[in-house]
Design a protein around this ligand. Structure first.
Ligand SMILES: *Cc1c(COP(=O)(O)O)cnc(C)c1O
Length: 425
């Protein structure tokens, strides 16, 4: 399709968008009297309008039933988390018993390391992408040190080639083969938070399994953003937060995926707590742990119901959207955004470069050779919400559930103004 950087054209695309009605299900922040063009759904998704009612239902049950709400409210709290597993399993391509909701992302990664990072002197290395999300790096370093190894030798990071902006699949696969049977674990972000690249999860998983290593994925930037087939790919484990593309609310609960081959086994290590015990026995307060036969066995504490409520509201929206529609709208939105940014860049007096490669989800990371910070400040003052990553990158994430093509047209116009203002200043 030939794109055009004109308002009429953007409005036409909106009119023929099969997901256009979904925008109305979300609160769009207002700035200077108008809805913002929100491009940071990769950082914090917008609030579903329905979320408040889900929270209020829990508040009401607590008000009127107190402790009895655990068992006798319409949506009993002791099994509330179970409602989230099926819709999440569908988004990550897992079987429902392979998914559970608990804790937060980095906490879950630490817990999962108990099960999937058990180094020996021969097999002790962990492979990840260079400059992974900082929390993941801190998690890996502290785990390696905890086991008595040196992060400098135990953590293998795969770099981009000099002068290139994306990782090459062949370099990742070669590194896995090179470290071969010294690799205990491959743990990477499914989508890199900085350049927006979608990693070839299927081939990396297969290569790591071939070397006898465990494979886990941090899906913070991938879930709700790109199609996933964790079970069919043979992924061992994964975890993801829910406040980015899943729109569950700030700091909300995370989820885990555990491949079914590790479920219902007594020889598989795990840190345990009462919420992972077999449901029927949970309140018998027995001295010995009998695990749930699904991923809930990894749950430790009872669930934060007030957090699960808006998360459920959001998943109830996802349930109604055919995933093909999400991915096809996303691909159009991002292609249009790429077109608009490139046409603005073509007339700018300095380099503006899209760093994100073709294998991408909703996010474009854009490098500004000059004036980046001033242009960012201008966009934010004009209701175009984006984010700034040092030293000179802005990330824009148009989200298929609530962004419009008009939002992208608006971005282009404000970008042109911001560039003119910055070079005159
Ligand atoms: C957002 C993000 C996190 C955040 O971790 P929390 O434990 O939820 O604070 C971790 N890892 C990656 C890759 C992320 O994108």
């Amino acid at each position: 399709m030939n794109f055009s950087n004109q308002l009429d054209f953007a409005l036409e695309l909106d009119a023929s968008d099969p997901l256009k009605s979904y925008r109305d299900l979300f609160h769009i922040p207002i700035q200077n009297g108008a809805e913002v063009a929100y491009f940071t759904g990769n950082s914090l998704g917008l609030q579903p309008k329905s979320a408040r009612a889900y929270v209020e239902r829990v508040m009401k049950d607590w008000e009127t039933m107190a402790v009895e709400g655990h068992f006798y409210s319409k949506e009993p709290w002791w099994e509330y988390h179970e409602k989230l597993a099926a819709p999440l399993a569908s988004l990550v391509g897992a079987k429902t018993p392979e998914v559970s909701v608990m804790n937060t992302l980095t906490v879950n990664l630490h817990f999962l390391m108990v099960s999937f990072y058990r180094p020996s002197p021969k097999r002790f290395k962990i492979l990840c992408e260079e400059k992974a999300f900082p929390s993941d790096q801190y998690m890996l370093q502290s785990q390696v040190k905890f086991h008595g190894y040196d992060p400098d030798t135990a953590i293998v990071t795969v770099k981009k080639r000099p002068g290139e902006n994306a990782w090459r699949e062949e370099d990742l696969l070669e590194a896995i083969a090179l470290h071969g049977d010294s690799l205990a674990l491959v743990l990477m972000g499914g989508v890199n938070y900085y350049n927006g690249q979608v990693f070839p999860m299927k081939s990396i998983t297969a290569k790591a399994k071939e070397q006898g290593a465990f494979v886990g994925w941090d899906l913070a930037h991938a879930v709700g953003n790109v199609p996933l087939q964790l079970h069919d790919w043979g992924v061992d484990f994964a975890s993801w937060c829910s406040y980015k593309y899943l729109n569950s609310g700030p700091g909300n609960a995370a989820a885990i995926y555990i491949n079914e081959q590790y479920l219902n086994r007594t020889d598989f290590p795990r840190f345990e707590g009462w919420w992972g015990t077999e449901k029927g026995l949970r309140f018998k307060m027995e001295p010995n742990f009998t695990p749930m036969d699904n991923a809930d066995a990894w749950q430790v504490s009872n669930a934060a119901i007030l957090a699960m409520a808006p998360f459920l509201a959001s998943l109830d929206i996802f349930k109604t959207v055919p995933q093909e529609d999400l991915w096809s709208k996303q691909s159009r939105l991002v292609s249009y955004m790429s077109f608009v940014i490139e046409s603005v860049a073509a007339t700018a007096p300095f380099d503006i470069l899209i760093l994100t490669p073709e294998y991408r989800g909703s996010q474009l990371s854009v490098y500004f050779h000059e004036h980046g910070r001033a242009i960012f400040d201008y966009l934010m003052s004009q209701g175009v919400v984006t984010d700034w990553r040092e030293p000179n990158v802005m990330r824009f994430a148009p989200v298929p559930l609530y962004n419009s093509f008009k939002d992208i047209y608006t971005l282009g116009e404000r970008l042109k103004e911001g560039i003119s203002k910055a070079i005159l200043a």
